[in-house]
Write a protein that binds this ligand. Structure first.
Ligand code: ADP
Ligand code: ZN
Length: 294
């Protein structure tokens, strides 16, 4: 069995064909352009490399209601060419193989849950802070969809009084997490890419505050057993200890002492699978499909 895996991101599409054990047999990355340009290249890759099934972890929002006629479509997105694009249907129609789809962050959360930092837990939250902010949630071993699917990147936060752009940059909301703290927001606020900012730049104090609000909100809302922070901006490794410290402060002593006694050092963590969580999650979605089909 050859498992197709697609990590469909807003800037790039990572495609792989993997074997039963998760070894990569073929892999290719292409930029995310319009569906007319990008879909035929992806279909070609999975066809040429003889994928028997395909798992897709995609940017969203997605329609994940199996009863909906638009199941597996991208819904509203600032990436206008992809608005209402029926990604799942097109893959199924063209490839004529079983295809499963979930959000990119649910896929990454699933991978961390099964094989990474959350192995052995019964729930976890995976957050990516990159071009956008997204959070995937696994509860009792299953990705949470619910009403639509969690959109924790758009939770409103309290702007830092020292933030020169306290409304943030989300086209939909004022001062939501993504609008305040995604990579492009950092760049718009300070006029310099997050990658280039020195560690002592005031940008990081704001970023740590926003990340900590997100973690505290998640703990109060869903009580995941572990929070995993990934994505480009989280490559700044010095942030995680500072986020733990600030989150403890924001919790205000509300969670009992044994839980946070170690300063959340085993609670707010980096991905166990490094940058491979997304593609591994897509592979797991493909694998689960064969398990449920059989
Ligand atoms: P994507 O969201 O498209 O999957 P990334 O997770 O790499 O991609 O996110 C890209 C964003 O992360 C950009 O805004 C970039 O400035 C920021 N970023 C990427 N690498 C770093 C880094 N090492 N340090 C800080 N920010 C980074
Ligand atoms: Zn928003």
């Amino acid at each position: 069995m050859r498992y197709g895996a697609l990590e469909a991101g807003g800037t790039k599409m990572v495609m792989a064909v993997m074997n039963e054990s998760g070894d990569t047999l073929q892999r290719e990355t292409i930029p995310t352009l319009t569906p007319a340009d990008t879909m035929p290249r992806m279909i070609g890759f999975f066809r040429d490399n003889k994928a028997d099934v395909l798992g897709v972890g995609s940017f969203g929002p997605l329609d994940l209601n199996p009863a909906s006629p638009a199941f597996g479509s991208v819904t509203i997105t600032p990436k206008l060419a992809w608005c209402n694009y029926p990604m799942l249907k097109v893959f199924r129609d063209e490839l004529k193989i079983p295809v499963a789809i979930d959000t990119d962050v649910n896929a990454a959360a699933l991978a961390e849950f099964m094989l990474g930092a959350a192995k052995g837990k019964s729930s976890c939250m995976y957050v990516t802070v990159g071009t956008g902010v997204g959070g995937g949630l696994i509860v009792n071993g299953k990705p949470v969809h619910g009403f639509m699917h969690p959109e924790i990147g758009h939770i409103p936060l309290i702007p830092d009084p020292e933030d020169p752009t306290p409304d943030g940059f989300c086209p939909y909301h004022k001062h939501c997490m993504e609008g305040l703290a995604a990579g492009p927001a950092i760049e718009k606020r300070w006029g310099i890419s997050a990658k280039e900012l020195p560690q002592d730049h005031p940008a990081w104090k704001l970023e740590i505050y926003y990340m900590s609000q997100l973690c505290a909100n998640a703990m109060f809302s869903f009580s995941p057993e572990i929070i995993i922070l990934g994505g480009g901006v989280m490559q700044q490794k010095f942030m995680i200890p500072a986020i733990r410290k600030k989150t403890v402060e924001l919790l205000g002593g509300y969670f009992p002492e044994p839980l946070i006694a170690d300063g959340l050092s085993s609670y707010i963590v980096e991905p166990g699978l490094g940058t491979a969580s997304g593609i591994t999650g897509a592979w797991l979605l493909a694998k689960q499909l064969t398990e449920t089909d059989n």
